[in-house]
Design a protein around this ligand. Structure first.
Ligand SMILES: Nc1ncnc2c1ncn2[C@@H]1O[C@H](COP(=O)(O)OP(=O)(O)OP(=O)(O)O)[C@@H](O)[C@H]1O
Ligand SMILES: [Mg+2]
Length: 276
């Protein structure tokens, strides 16, 4: 299908995505779960889209499909000019680094025996990029960019706090020079003050590196704080979408209203109003 000029500006375009899982409900019965149904959304470069919804609404399933960790049942995912559901494995290997996923608990995704330096520099080693000296310099610069001093480079994940581990996971994701960072409840386990520090870090990285974020949370206040646009999901479907300011001021769908009520009213302010 030809790509129009408007579509060509999008970094990510998801169209009519459907994902069904089959799971064994009893020994003899198989039950089909539709985790995503007719999901369409798009993200422009350097924009933060927050994906909000209650538990089980399909947020992580969408994240996994976009990050090519799971295959959708039908629908299309276009990243830049590539159609992810159609490209071959070789091309997919080249695209994958550009879409990075950071999870809630980085302890599970960081090798406990490795130092921070090993963890952040591994992508360079795998991709056989740069000389040893350049790898060192880039690794220290990445650690520095997420606020971890080079003295911490020899520490192992267990020696870091939760917030520092999350910074480490972000530094590792950045080593692959992604264009899209998916943060799946990445800040949910952290204290408010640490959340605020990492949100500031994400804003800084967005403006210095031109990143787009798909920010997944069940916390509407957090979504309103960090995003330019909000997508609300319920039972695998998008029920409301639009600019954050509009949705935060006048949520239309009952699910959005419920999520908003669950957040403290005073916290639900769009980014520009929080800055003053
Ligand atoms: N691998 C799987 N096999 C079977 N069903 C699955 C699988 N992964 C997800 N599901 C189902 O798909 C639905 C959506 O799950 P998903 O994890 O995407 O929700 P979520 O919005 O991320 O929830 P949470 O906020 O709790 O993380 C749920 O009903 C879940 O049970
Ligand atoms: Mg999830």
């Amino acid at each position: 299908m030809p790509v129009s000029n408007k579509d060509a500006q999008h970094l990510l375009q998801v169209q009519n995505l459907e994902k069904r899982y089959v799971r064994a409900s009893t020994v003899s019965q198989r039950e089909e779960v539709t985790a995503l149904r007719g999901v369409s959304l798009s993200i422009l470069p350097q924009v933060t889209l927050a994906l909000v919804g209650e538990s089980g609404s399909g947020k992580s399933t969408l994240a996994r499909c976009v990050a090519c960790l799971d295959k959708p049942t039908s629908g299309t995912i276009r990243f830049g000019s590539d159609e992810l559901t159609k490209v071959n494995e070789k091309d997919l290997r080249a695209i994958r680094p550009k879409i990075q996923l950071v999870f809630q608990d980085p302890a599970n995704s960081l090798n406990p025996r490795w130092t921070a330096f090993d963890i952040v520099s591994e992508p360079f080693v795998i991709q056989q990029r740069f000389s040893n000296q350049e790898r060192r310099e880039r690794t220290f610069a990445l650690l520095e960019s997420v606020g971890l001093s080079s003295q911490k480079a020899s520490q192992r994940p267990a020696e870091f706090s939760g917030g520092q581990r999350q910074r480490l996971a972000i530094a590792r994701a950045l080593a692959l020079e992604p264009q899209l960072l998916i943060l799946d409840e990445a800040l949910s386990a952290l204290d408010c003050s640490i959340q605020a520090q990492i949100v500031n870090l994400l804003f800084e990285l967005q403006s210095s590196l031109g990143l787009s974020y798909l920010f997944i949370t069940h916390d509407f206040a957090m979504a309103a704080h960090v995003s330019d646009e909000i997508v609300v999901m319920d039972h695998g479907q998008i029920v409301e979408t639009g600019p954050t300011e509009r949705i935060a001021r006048s949520p239309k769908h009952p699910v959005t209203q419920r999520l908003m009520t669950a957040a403290t009213a005073s916290q639900v302010l769009p980014r520009e109003l929080q800055a003053v």
